[in-house]
Write a protein that binds this ligand. Structure first.
Ligand SMILES: Nc1nc2c([nH]c(=O)n2[C@H]2C[C@H](O)[C@@H](COP(=O)(O)OP(=O)(O)OP(=O)(O)O)O2)c(=O)[nH]1
Length: 160
């Protein structure tokens, strides 16, 4: 778990804080679909959702009783028509993000195999990207992943 919470749009009021109690944490499963050549899949948030048009990794909220891997498999199928096997999913990092609309814990998973052709089932867009990414804007809670991928790529390079 990252020891820092990202506070997105800090100037905006937070929903769910009026009663003064602790804000519930919304658990979210997120998939980083990686091609052998290093490209990864970003999708745009569909019309009608908060931060519509922002780019993110595919995924969504856990339903009651679901594991992260189960939620990710369900979301990838619902949103993109892709099927994944648990063996091709590995939990990577977590990040807490404090948005005006919700406090979310993002469970980032690396996915190296999937079946099916991409279908944009929610009116979103998809792009196979490399660093630096061409699509904009990128969601605040998604930006750290780009930094982590960049750090990994730097570590993989031979010393000059
Ligand atoms: N999928 C995804 N969500 C992200 C990323 N980064 C990030 O901050 N988030 C946040 C945005 C949302 O607050 C939350 C995901 O919730 P969502 O509303 O998209 O989830 P969902 O698909 O289950 O939506 P719904 O059923 O309520 O329509 O996680 C990311 O890279 N991918």
């Amino acid at each position: 778990m990252s020891d820092t919470t990202i506070r997105a749009d800090a100037h905006l009021p937070r929903q769910g804080t009026a009663a003064g109690g602790a804000r519930p944490v919304v658990e979210v499963a997120v998939g980083i679909l990686l091609q052998p050549d290093g490209r990864f899949l970003l999708t745009s948030r569909p019309p009608g959702k908060v931060y519509a048009g922002y780019w993110e990794f595919p995924g969504g909220k856990l339903e009651p009783g679901e594991s992260v891997a189960q939620a990710l498999a369900r979301e990838l199928h619902e949103e993109l028509g892709l099927r994944i096997e648990p063996a091709s999913v590995s939990r990577w990092r977590e990040q807490l993000v404090d948005y005006p609309h919700a406090l979310v814990r993002l469970h980032f998973c690396r996915v190296t195999a999937w079946q099916g052709a991409l279908q944009m089932r929610e009116g979103q867009q998809a792009a196979w990207e490399r660093l630096p990414v061409r699509v904009q804007p990128v969601l605040a809670g998604t930006l750290p992943v780009l930094q982590w991928l960049g750090e990994e790529a730097a570590c993989d390079k031979p010393p000059t």
